[in-house]
Design a protein around this ligand. Structure first.
Ligand code: HSE
Length: 402
């Protein structure tokens, strides 16, 4: 029998306990041993909860309990999660976590400790909730050089963009709905400003290149500027707007960014709606692959954490090698990368003036919207800004992903 301690009895922690208890018999067959939740750490009490007698408020009780072999961390945030996880690994316990802040910041270090101690630090749920993406990158696709990762990595914003596109719902209304459904982070900025997606693409890119990609280096924009008008233009261009976390190799240079982008209707990521996430991975041998599923929510995320617990149990005494060195991988300046831009300006600005600054552009006209809107030719972001700076008002700019 293996005893597990769950740190944090919020949405995901409670989900992990539910998965491990509901599916205890089938999990036992797959793990080869019974997995029992022995203790739950939370500051709160849970009167009436079937697991209330397992709840403790002091981590010391878990630290000193020699019968605990696996620790599940679902507290979120850096501290005290980092201290507790590091302590558990140094004690020779395996850890499964859903905490992307922790993994993005300390993943390489914690993997290193797990390797030294011959235990495991697994984090499948930290990116894409219930979608298998960490194992594909660290196991199935290791024969490839990964040339591109493009992901819809945040369920809340994808849910919001879908509702705005299909039902014309207002930004605030749809954010509230996503929060009520338990998709959103505690502070909505983490979702809507792209910070959550940024940590996730940092993790995926680190795994793809085997070195530390710092999330602070990734240019990140959220969806707060996206309006109903943008969706009308997108429909006219047979495109949709998605918040993408992207990283790509171009001529030996590694780029990464998070921002809303226009993608063609036929792009595999275009059909990813609501809270669903998907990660498109292009390898130099395997070509295009895509991983799809629920990127947020209690049970999908908990399912991935519980599967990591099973893997920890199956590999007691052995370390599952994950290549992610602490050495930093520098990113190239994304402003030197060429792409097209969709730009909206007030109607007073003529196409002639626009062409003087941007070169040839393709106008986009939507009935009932009196503006000067256009798609530029492929140009470096730095050149785009030089041109855009010649105008007082840019109503919006959305990058085009091709
Ligand atoms: N707030 C996150 C999302 C939760 O909406 O995707 C999962 O990381």
């Amino acid at each position: 029998m293996i005893n597990v301690a769950v740190l944090g009895y919020g949405t995901i922690g409670a989900g992990v306990v539910e998965v491990l208890t509901t599916n205890a018999d089938s999990i036992e067959k797959k793990a080869g041993q019974r997995i029992v939740v022995k203790r739950i750490l939370d500051l709160r009490d849970f009167p009436g909860d079937p697991h209330q007698d397992k709840v403790v408020h002091d981590y010391k009780i878990i630290e000193e309990d020699e019968d605990i072999q696996v620790v599940v961390e679902c507290m979120g945030g850096l501290e005290p999660a980092y201290t507790f996880v590091k302590t558990a690994l140094l004690q020779g316990r395996s850890v499964a976590t859903s905490n992307k802040e922790l993994v993005a910041k300390y993943g390489a270090e914690l993997i290193g400790i797990a390797e030294e101690k011959k235990v495991n630090f697994l984090f499948e749920a930290s990116v894409g909730g219930g979608i298998p993406i960490i194992r594909p990158l660290t196991q199935c696709l290791t024969a490839d050089v990964i040339e591109e990762i493009s992901g819809i990595l945040n369920g809340t914003t994808n849910y919001m963009l879908t509702k705005m596109e299909e039902e014309g719902m207002a930004f605030d209304e749809v954010l509230k709905e996503a929060q009520e459904k338990g998709y959103a982070e505690l502070h909505p900025e983490a979702d809507i400003e792209g910070y959550d997606a940024c940590r996730k693409i940092a993790i995926l890119t680190s795994l793809a290149c085997g070195k530390q990609v710092d999330f602070e280096d990734i240019h990140t924009e959220g969806i707060t500027n996206i309006t109903a008008e943008d969706f009308r233009y997108a429909a006219k261009m047979k495109k949709c707007i998605k918040l993408l976390g992207k990283s790509w190799n171009d001529d030996g240079k590694l780029y990464a960014m998070v921002c809303p982008m226009l993608i063609d209707h036929y792009h595999p990521l275009a059909g990813v709606k609501d809270v669903f996430n998907a990660i498109f991975v292009h390898g130099n041998m395997v070509d295009d692959t895509m991983f799809y599923g629920r990127g947020a929510g209690k049970l999908p995320t908990a399912s991935a954490v519980a599967a990591d617990v099973v893997d920890c149990v199956k590999h007691m005494g052995t370390h599952i090698k994950i290549i992610w060195e602490q050495e930093k991988r520098e990113l190239s300046d994304f402003s030197s990368f060429e792409r097209k831009y969709f730009v909206r300006m007030p109607k007073e600005i003529s196409l002639e003036e626009v062409r003087k600054a941007f070169g040839d552009v393709e106008p986009v006209k939507v009935e009932g919207i009196e503006e000067t809107a256009f798609v530029t030719g492929a140009m470096k972001e730095s050149d785009y800004h030089k041109a855009a700076d010649q105008f007082d008002t840019i109503l919006n700019m959305i990058r085009i992903d091709e």
